[in-house]
Design a protein around this ligand. Sequence first.
Ligand code: SF4
Length: 187
Amino acid sequence: MENVTRREFLGLGAAGALGFDLTKAAQFKQNLLIEGATVSHSVCPYCAVGCSLLAYTKKAANGHVELLQIEGDPDSPVNEGTLCPKGASSLQLAVSRRRVPNPLYRAPGATTWTRVSWDFTLDKLARNIKESRDRTFVTQDANGNVVNRCEGIAFAGGAAFSSEEGYLATKLMRGLGVVHLEQQARV
Ligand code: SF4
């Protein structure tokens, strides 16, 4: 190895000073998938730990915004850049070809699923909630006390809920008289 000063050694970087060819490493860096991508902060939706994520997106040639990568946020005091295997696979939530992108409905007694519209799904959910509420609404308890509660529906919020979403969901459920409320963060 040629003689280099300590300052030159540091300027070149240890690998370069020791004679390693860094061309390939430099090319690799230039060709990173996420180069020039927009970074957005998010939260893993899977469990109550609530690990912070960084999501990298970039506009493709066809004008569509593509999600390129999701990884742990190193600045998060919760997970310090790490993710468990579930969180590390969260990219697949958005891009997996095996993901079901449309609602499917299996009618009572049917053995197969049918692809349905979102309008059908939302109407069906609203109808089922109303029917369940009407059927299970309790106005008085066994001692004659007025309780006005719905005992036939339970609600569980997700760990990715913001405070505002949690507030809204609680308001909606309390408005329906639902008393069985839970949050994944407590599970
Ligand atoms: S990365 Fe794992 S531990 Fe963290 S929130 Fe997601 S599922 Fe939970």
